[in-house]
Design a protein around this ligand. Structure first.
Ligand code: B3K
Ligand code: ZN
Length: 871
């Protein structure tokens, strides 16, 4: 999609129903090496609720039109017209059969949208608007049709032919071809259409549903990956059971298929009965995948499965409703992971993503409410705001209504809208009907952008034993009206026990509000925004002693971590000040001893301990500075790590040794132990005293050589590659030799190098662009090198020379023609220019400007540059 003039903006307020409905579509694909022929036969009917035009306008892009027939009669050239984006047929009957023949070239489709090829196999990605690259259609989610799909292809090259629904017919044809016909009994929008044709193998299992129906579950992969599917299959079956037990939702077809492909723009896609996945979220063996990979696979498999109800059975009326299915489904997958693993660790990880990525998005030029009111390219709105903040909004509804009412609301929503294309308003109405709770004010979360801030001050009156908290809410966006915020609070007495009777969820609805507690003893600590009950910035000035007390005693594990983050942030912000004033840096002994307590506390969950011991991220620190100073942040953080390594070396070594597991397992305990072990190793590696450093290097080398799993191997590799030259170089070479044939593991190899710092860091990233294993057409590879460098290596990407910015713009310009979706995503770090110093601002803007002047700028990239330059 290229533009000569500025592309149109689409507005929610302009939504109207379609002029025509399509009740059924019969698709016939003849897949060829040079050309693919698509014949589509549709039953079309005028929308009688509208008194609209008689012109039928179908969406279509990059298609070669063969023929058009209405009620079996071919139209002559004058009876229709074709533009770059549509097919117009004036004066159509009220109800008719429409047959359209188109020709496409999937083998040349590098946008990975529509029908394309990955590793020689055919596959599709239609959400949001990819179906129009396959055939002319009403490519909008409120047009729902019954799909029947016949695929014809060479049998030896493409023995497996898949589409949505159930297989109903198979035939061997002449010339070594064969055909399979699939019928999907459920009406669906075309974005849920899928086709896969290839030389694939599958693992099979069965799932017995709550009503004793037997579901044939299959995971299709290339033959060499067949031994890496077991975890995905287990995850699928767990998801199916969980959705029955938690939400009473049963699977509805007789077959559920997942296909893993290497070339994919995002994580996975919930096509009805035929999910297509980025292989990163399917393939795992202990020696190739980290604990995080295993957890992510379970989460993404769950996410796509849960879409079968929240997304497919009830879909979105238009793309402005995206959070209706995405926010809700992220909430569902978060609950699932939380139930399968450690709930507090999951909450910590989710909040970390929200606070670093979503808060940054909301503070920049792409800020939008979870229900945006306009877009240029909808693919740019599959954002952390729509997904992750969207999930927080659902979580708040869950908190306000309570578990039972929420479940009832979900039942009402699914029953009322099954088979329909719904809106966020439909969802909230169902929640109100289930609970009798008025969500009028709460609805503002859907329409107001920006992160609200809560300023809390406490006042204790010893004579009255009264504690009052005054809470003020404000927003950067001055036009925002007060939000309805569920604020979870409790009190912890001076012995460290929670005063359970004080625990409550306070409805914050006013700009200023006071919360009173009676009968409170002196020195009682307030635990606030427990479990992160709302997506807000909390400003509650606790001193370092109070924070340390809560790190040690809060009964809310999330808050223990959060207070440790706040404490670390206070300490590091003060150090940044010292750094700017060129003072000698000194790490507060109190902070060191607080972390030491956590480190040696054997009763503490190890995964939680590992998170508490992790310093606030560079991104999080940056958000708390008026101007992000990447160098100061980096130097201060490294200084803290080195000092902690020096001060606590013996403890790190002891804990490291105590965390060696005899046998690899994937339990939350074993994963927790590995994460604590590896965080100890990473601290030890920062050591600057000779003997300690030598010990650390030897331990890392030993771990690298003897690792029984990828978590341990990659952690040791990262430590050596980031903190030593010669030893690092050796293990990087060794790792490459060992894993050259496994592209997902090689992605990790790229990522480790992309996140290295130091004199040659940038040159080595540049050199990697030329590496045989690098390929600009493979999104995973691009993300692991370019994405990691620009998003997870601030000090090198934002180098004063501006070389990082130019590097990124060069890549984006190349990708603009081949894969605009990926190009637009990669460009995002540059639009945050306002957060940096003036010199960097100018250089970042200059590169944005350069990208914006690229000839044939894709809509995706246009929108990001335009918004980025406007600031
Ligand atoms: N619904 C898809 C995302 C499609 C992205 C299109 N650019 C995956 C998911 O959220 O489950
Ligand atoms: Zn989703």
């Amino acid at each position: 999609m290229t533009q000569d003039t500025a592309p149109n903006t689409i507005y929610l307020k302009d939504y109207t129903q379609p002029q025509y409905w399509i009740d059924s579509i019969n698709l016939h694909f003849e897949l060829g090496e040079d050309e693919t022929r698509v014949v589509s036969e549709m039953e079309v009917r005028r929308n009688t609720e509208l008194n609209g035009s008689r012109i039928l306008e179908l969406d279509g892009e990059n298609l070669v039109l063969g023929s058009v027939l209405i009620n079996e009669k071919a139209l002559s050239d004058g009876e229709f017209s074709v533009t770059d984006e549509s097919l117009w047929i004036p004066d159509v009957p009220d109800s008719f059969t429409l047959q359209i023949e188109t020709f496409i070239k999937p083998q040349l489709n590098t946008s990975l949208e529509g029908l394309y090829k990955s590793s020689g196999n055919f596959c599709t990605q239609c959400e949001a608007q990819g179906f129009r690259k396959i055939t002319y259609y009403l490519d909008r989610p409120d047009v729902m049709a019954k799909f029947t799909t016949t695929i014809v292809a060479d049998k030896s090259k493409y023995p497996v032919l898949l589409s949505n629904g159930n297989p109903v017919d198979t035939n061997d044809l002449d010339d070594g071809k064969h055909s399979v016909t699939w019928e999907d009994p459920f009406k669906k929008p075309c974005y849920l259409f899928a086709l896969v044709a290839g030389d694939l193998e599958c693992i099979k299992d069965t799932f017995i549903t709550m009503n004793k129906r037997e579901i044939d579950c299959r995971i299709y992969v290339e033959a060499h990956n067949i031994d890496k599917c077991d975890h995905a299959m287990r995850s699928l079956k767990k998801s199916m059971r969980w959705d029955e037990e938690t939400f009473g939702r049963e699977y509805d077809l007789d077959i559920y298929m997942i296909v893993a492909v290497d070339d994919f723009n995002m994580g996975a896609m919930e096509n009805k009965g035929l999910n297509v996945f980025n292989s990163k979220y399917v393939l795992a063996r202990p020696d190739t995948a980290t604990d995080t990979d295993f957890i992510n696979i379970e989460a993404v498999i769950g996410h796509e499965y849960f879409h079968n109800w929240s997304g497919n059975r009830v879909t979105c009326r238009d793309w402005f409703q995206l959070t209706l299915k995405e926010g809700l489904t992220v909430f569902r997958d978060q609950q699932f992971t939380s139930d399968m693993n450690s709930a507090s660790v999951k909450r910590i990880d989710d909040v970390n993503v929200l606070r670093t990525r979503q808060f940054a998005e909301d503070a920049g030029p792409m800020s939008h409410p979870i229900q945006p009111d306009s877009y240029v390219e909808i693919n740019n709105f599959y954002t952390v705001t729509v997904y992750n903040k969207g999930a927080e909004i659902i979580r708040m509804i869950h908190t306000l209504l309570g578990k039972e009412n929420f479940r009832q609301g979900m039942d009402i929503y699914f029953e009322r809208h099954d088979g329909e294309a719904a809106t966020t308003e439909d969802f909230i109405n169902a929640m109100e009907d289930a609970s009798d709770i008025d969500l009028t004010q709460f609805r503002r979360w859907y329409h107001q952008a920006g992160t609200p801030q809560l300023d809390v001050q406490s006042e204790y009156k010893a004579d009255e034993k009264r504690l009052s908290l005054s809470v003020k809410q404000s927003s950067e966006t001055k036009t925002n009206k007060p939000f309805h915020i569920p604020l979870s609070v409790s009190l912890i007495d001076s012995d460290g026990s929670e005063l359970k009777s004080a625990a409550q969820i306070v409805d914050i609805t006013e700009a200023e509000q006071v919360i009173e507690f009676e009968d409170v003893e002196d020195n009682t600590a307030v635990s606030i925004l427990r479990n992160y009950s709302a997506p807000v910035k909390l400003n509650y000035a606790l001193n370092n002693e109070q924070l340390a007390f809560l790190v040690a005693n809060d009964s809310d594990e999330f808050n223990r971590w959060n207070c440790a983050q706040q404490l670390g942030l206070n300490i590091m912000m003060a150090l940044i000040e010292d750094y700017h004033q060129k003072k000698t840096l000194n790490l507060d002994a109190f902070y060191i001893s607080t972390l030491k307590q956590v480190l040696i506390d054997e009763s503490l969950d190890k995964a939680l301990a590992a998170r508490i011991l992790s310093l606030p991220s560079e991104d999080y620190m940056g958000q708390n500075l008026p101007v992000i100073d990447v160098d100061a942040i980096y130097q201060v953080r490294e200084f803290c790590k080195k000092t902690l390594a020096f001060e606590l070396m013996d403890d790190f070594v002891a804990v490291y040794k105590s965390c060696q597991d005899d046998e690899y397992t994937l339990t939350p305990q074993a994963m927790g132990q590995r994460s604590l072990k590896n965080i100890c190793l990473s601290y030890m590696m920062c050591s600057e005293t000779e003997t300690a450093r030598k010990t650390a290097i030897e331990m890392a080398q030993h771990q690298y050589k003897n690792a029984s799993n990828m978590t341990d191997q990659i952690s040791a590799l990262r430590c050596l590659a980031h903190y030593t030259e010669q030893e690092g170089g050796q293990v990087l070479d060794d790792f490459y030799q060992q894993w050259a044939k496994d592209s997902l593991v090689i992605d990790k190899w790229f990522m480790v190098q992309a996140t290295a710092t130091g004199t040659n860091a940038f040159q080595s990233v540049q050199a990697l662009l030329e590496h045989d294993a690098f390929d600009l057409n493979v999104p995973n590879r691009v993300r692991s090198l370019v994405g990691a460098f620009t998003q997870a290596n601030a000090v090198e990407f934002h180098h004063m020379s501006g070389q990082g910015y130019q590097f990124l713009a060069d890549i984006v310009i190349k990708l603009n023609t081949t894969n605009p979706q990926i190009a637009a995503r990669l460009l995002l770090p540059l639009i945050q220019w306002k957060s940096y110093d003036v010199n960097r601002q100018l250089m970042m803007k200059a590169q944005l400007q350069r990208v914006s002047e690229t000839p044939d700028l894709a809509k995706d990239v246009f929108e990001i540059t335009a918004k980025g330059l406007a600031g």
